[in-house]
Design a protein around this ligand. Structure first.
Ligand SMILES: Nc1nc2c(ncn2[C@@H]2O[C@H](COP(=O)(O)OP(=O)(O)OP(=O)(O)O)[C@@H](O)[C@H]2O)c(=O)[nH]1
Length: 564
């Protein structure tokens, strides 16, 4: 049997040598730990020394942990090679579950864990504290469990077994410096673990801070874009200009490759400035799709077909990658904004698979450039566009109401004052001529008296239409009042007036108007014509000259034109 320091009288030279050797080993282990920071190597070396000094055959060093019910268990840092089956070897070598764990408390080890007291059992088979050994476990002839504490907490256990002759308190005392070193290493190991945990937490925190900063930057960027969108829409005077803004922002906000704005047919038709005097037509493309008219398209434009449904939320068709955001104003669907989205990231193989997977996750989630974000932004873009279209239309309607005569659709007298003033100034500046025709229906009172006021209205409407159709595109027709009209013809001088007047008279003579199936008879007009600069250089002077000429035309027998 190998002699241990305990077996030799303490006064003997050999015992002193052993003690010195143990202290030297402790010094080596501590130095190694300090320089190499390798607590596993320190645990292994310490167990070797504990076995050697105590003369034990097997042993372990374990650290106390607690389960969710606060029951203690041991995480084994090092253990003699006494595995009894494959699972125990796997656990011992850390191949399964991070190493061995002693969780049973009905054993001698459990006794030390529960009591935090040294346990010596020199006849374990009959010891009432022992709950037995797992099947196949090597026999234990003697056992020594030494707990160690830190800040009054049990933090670990040194277990030794199979010392020939068994264990006594003297062995425990002899091992104390070694156990103290084990305690120091466990405390250092714990500190290292919590430092690593803190570091990992800092790294995680940093990552989440970076992600939050990126999110905030994206939110700021989007807020800036949305505020610019609102400003640009507000400053856009027509549906065409609004659609151009939608085009610009669909790229910024949705990353669209092409798109279109389609308006419901009735709405699409009213998007322009249709007027009886041949003003500018509606700004709409030819493409038609069911109840929708494409009024603006750009890039690789998608078709408007398939947008006629009643959905009020933006949606993406996964097959075609078309994003459709309904345009809704005052609860009515007025059209759709449709954008062709880029294809989602393709599945990749090998090293790229992870990156592609992350990109696909982002696509599916709510991150930057994801479909969820695009849907949200498309909804906002569509909402602002709908409101802006509705405002432009309302403004156009109010403006039309303010400048047009409701009976004939011609510009009214108020608008005439504005246009007349502007055209006179323009003509004076450019040196161009400007002709003014005062047109008055002849013997109109007879129609009113003979057929009724509504028949009279029909004649006024028909004549307005005739005048608007007879003048040139750059001319203006106004309802001056009652059955009187005024034509403004930029570029027409006194010499050209008779021909133009003859054309008007002839067009009127060709009219054939029936009321309730009865012909209303011939309708004629008298025209008084005046020209700038020959007959005046202000609207008032020209009006007076034309009015006087018209009076002379009446005097002269009507159905004629007289120049001032
Ligand atoms: N139905 C209808 N009648 C109108 C309207 N505005 C004016 N009138 C009528 O037009 C008629 C104008 O009559 P007068 O000014 O006597 O002239 P006239 O009968 O056309 O005869 P001359 O101008 O001399 O050829 C009046 O009877 C008005 O009541 C209108 O908006 N609708």
């Amino acid at each position: 049997m190998k002699q241990t320091p305990y077996d030799v009288p303490a006064s003997s030279t050999l015992a002193l040598l052993e003690t010195q050797e143990m202290l030297a080993a402790i010094g080596r282990i501590q130095a190694q730990l300090l320089t190499g920071n390798d607590s596993q190597a320190a645990f292994d070396a310490l167990l070797g020394e504990l076995l050697r000094v105590s003369g034990s055959a097997i042993g372990f060093i374990g650290e106390v942990r607690h389960d969710e019910h606060d029951a203690p268990w041991l995480r084994i840092h090092t253990i003699s090679d006494v595995a009894w089956d494959e699972p125990s070897r796997a656990r011992m070598q850390g191949r399964s579950g991070g190493g061995m764990e002693f969780r049973r408390l009905d054993t001698l080890i459990g006794t030390v864990l529960r009591s935090a007291q040294v346990a010596i059992a020199n006849d374990p088979a009959r010891d009432p504290r022992s709950g037995g050994l797992p099947d196949g476990h090597p026999q234990i002839a003697s056992f020594l469990g030494i707990p160690f504490v830190h800040r009054e907490q049990l933090i670990g256990v040194v277990g030794l077994a199979n010392r020939p002759g068994g264990y006594t308190q003297d062995v425990v005392d002899l091992l104390q410096p070694m156990v103290e070193t084990v305690r120091t290493v466990v405390v250092a190991h714990r500190a290292e673990r919590s430092r690593a945990r803190a570091e990992a937490a800092v790294v995680r925190l940093n990552r989440s801070l970076q992600a939050n900063v990126a999110k905030l930057e994206r939110i700021n960027q989007l807020n800036r874009a949305l505020s610019q969108l609102r400003d640009r829409l507000q400053a856009s005077p027509s549906v065409a200009a609004l659609c151009a803004v939608a085009e610009a922002f669909s790229g910024t906000l949705l990353g669209g490759l092409g798109g279109c704005v389609a308006l419901c047919e009735a709405q699409g038709a009213s998007a322009g400035n249709a007027a009886p005097d041949g003003g500018p037509g509606p700004d709409r493309a030819d493409a038609q799709s069911g109840g929708l008219s494409v009024v603006h398209c750009w890039g690789d434009a998608p078709p408007a077909q398939g947008c006629e449904g009643a959905e009020v939320r933006p949606a993406i068709d996964p097959e075609s990658r078309l994003l459709s955001a309904p345009l809704v104003a005052q609860g009515d669907r007025i059209g759709v904004l449709r954008v062709r989205l880029p294809a989602p990231p393709a599945a990749a193989a090998g090293d790229d698979a992870e990156a592609a997977g992350a990109a696909a996750d982002a696509q599916a989630g709510a991150g930057v450039g994801s479909d969820a974000e695009r849907l949200r932004l498309a909804g906002i873009l569509a909402m602002h566009l709908s409101m802006a279209i509705s405002n432009v239309r309302m403004r156009d309607t109010l403006r039309a109401q303010a400048i047009r005569d409701p009976l004939t659709g011609l510009y009214n007298r108020r608008h005439m004052d504005e246009v007349f003033e502007r055209e006179v100034r323009r003509a004076l500046r450019s040196g161009e001529a400007l002709a003014v025709f005062m047109v008055d229906i002849d013997r109109f009172k007879r129609i009113n008296d003979g057929f009724g006021h509504e028949a009279g209205d029909l004649v006024i409407r028909t004549l307005a239409h005739c005048l608007a159709g007879t003048i040139r595109h750059e001319d203006y027709a106004f309802r001056f009042g009652g059955e009187e009209f005024l034509l403004l013809m930029p570029g027409v001088d006194a010499a050209a007036m008779p021909a133009r007047a003859r054309a008007v008279l002839a067009a009127v003579r060709r009219l054939s108007i029936c009321w309730e199936g009865r012909p209303l008879g011939d309708v004629t007009v008298s025209i008084g014509a005046a020209a700038l600069p020959a007959h005046g250089s202000t609207p008032a002077e020209l009006l007076r000259a034309a009015d006087e000429a018209m009076y002379r035309a009446k005097q002269g027998g009507r159905d004629r034109a007289v120049c001032a």
